[in-house]
Design a protein around this ligand. Structure first.
Ligand code: FAD
Ligand code: NAP
Length: 342
């Protein structure tokens, strides 16, 4: 049923963002039904109010006051919707927890999402930055999605080409930001599966565990264990995951840097450019484990900024700026932030 009855005012978002920033929203609406989005669009006052779509809040840096209508994505449901000779097509609603969904697919015997185990957040947000980890990105297993378009009022179906997926990027971070609300996502999970073990940590973990021919569940378990050992649990220490994208530079720029810094960590890209490990650059710039005011750089992974107590969005920006500036001074490399600022 279409309803705006659950609309509330002046709502705390502290528990809805994993950085734990004590932000308040002017207006807040849990979305359990697409009809609510239509009702917002049809409402004279709400239709012109700025919007912020929130899933699990694990990729957000919020200002103290969000003068907007927060749409909290709570749509639920998941099912096998089709299959053919090559794929299982599995659909999940936007508000489903991502990791619980991955675990459920593995339990059904459908491989493909295991490298993306334990990423916080929701299914609906996964396409936004084309989530990626351990050599797999959403675009590798994406089939299509449905989204509500606030400009036209239509529910649109988008395939892979429509989403303009790129490294930690998609069309939803660009022209459709706050305009298209993802309602559900369908994944094509391969019937003929091969493990993807290119990342050294995963290979090493499986070797040490004596696993010779890993199943998708083995890979998932390895990745869960590695992540638990290396990353701060947002329930315990507020954070938004990797704070900067890994910069991609030309081969000439990378070779120049490697001459000056022989230990430089870089990876050749299919384009011939090189991806630099941003965490290494930040560590070399002396920031690993350090703190500026209420925000710190995690001691086990320099790419993660952490809330050391009552951090505000402004505090987070201040530290991010200092790091960017120091990395630029030392390496002449621009770091780009990964989370979404509001
Ligand atoms: P939110 O933070 O709620 O929102 C993120 C953005 O998506 C916002 O701009 C929001 O407006 C928009 N949005 C959310 N839902 C919708 C929707 N239904 N329709 C349209 N727009 C929407 N990311 C990776 O890529 N790889 C990792 O390995 C990884 N590891 C992480 C580890 C930790 C400890 C943490 C804290 C974060 C990590 N992240 C990682 C980042 C984050 O978990 C992902 O980007 C995740 O997909 C965000 O989901 P969310 O539901 O929390 O999105
Ligand atoms: P890691 O394994 O220590 O590697 C450091 C960096 O080197 C990573 O950023 C990774 O790039 C790159 N890298 C490592 N091995 C590579 C290979 N074989 N080929 C190409 N690139 C390689 O990284 P980590 O910090 O522990 O993270 C592990 C994975 O989880 C990474 O894929 C990372 O992106 C993902 N992760 C993401 C977030 C987030 O919030 N976005 C948070 C935590 C972890 P890529 O980052 O491009 O993979």
């Amino acid at each position: 049923m279409s309803t705006l009855n659950t609309l509330s005012h002046d709502v705390s978002l502290q528990k809805l963002n994993t950085f734990g920033i004590d932000a308040r929203a002017t207006l807040f609406l849990p979305i359990v039904d697409v009809a609510q989005l239509r009702a917002v669009r049809d409402d004279v006052s709400l239709s012109t109010t700025p919007r912020l779509i929130v899933g699990g809040g694990s990729n957000l840096v919020l200002s103290d006051h969000i003068d907007a209508l927060v749409l909290h994505m709570c749509l639920r449901g998941k099912a096998l919707t089709a299959e053919d000779e090559d794929f299982y097509y599995v659909t999940a609603a936007a508000g489903e927890n991502w990791h619980a969904f991955v675990t459920w697919t593995l339990g059904q015997g459908w491989a493909g999402l295991e490298n993306l185990s334990l990423i916080p957040g929701t299914v609906g947000a996964a396409p936004i930055q084309n989530i990626g980890a351990y050599g797999v990105e959403i675009q590798d297993v994406f089939h299509r999605l449905e989204a509500f378009d606030f400009e036209t009022g239509d529910v649109v179906v988008m395939d892979k080409a429509d989403c303009a997926f790129a490294y930690r990027d998609s069309i939803f971070k660009q022209q459709y930001r706050d305009r298209r609300v993802i309602l559900n996502v369908t994944f094509a999970l391969p019937k003929r599966w091969m493990p993807k073990l290119a990342y050294a940590d995963v290979e090493k973990w499986l070797l040490q565990a004596g696993v010779q021919a890993p199943t998708a569940t083995d890979v998932s378990e390895a990745i869960i264990a590695i992540r638990q050992a290396k990353l701060p649990d947002p329930q315990v220490i507020g954070n938004a995951g990797s704070f900067f994208k890994n910069p991609v530079v030309t081969a000439a720029a990378r070779n120049d840097l490697q001459q000056r810094f022989p230990a430089l960590v870089s990876y050749l890209q299919p384009t011939g450019d090189y991806k630099l490990a941003a965490g290494w650059l930040i560590e070399q710039a002396g920031w690993k484990g350090r703190q500026l005011g209420t925000v710190g750089v995690y001691e086990k992974q320099a790419l993660v900024l952490v809330n050391r107590g009552n951090a505000t969005g402004a505090d987070v920006r201040a530290l991010a700026e200092r790091i960017r500036s120091d990395v630029k001074k030392q390496f002449a490399v621009e770091l780009e932030v990964e989370p979404n600022f509001y």
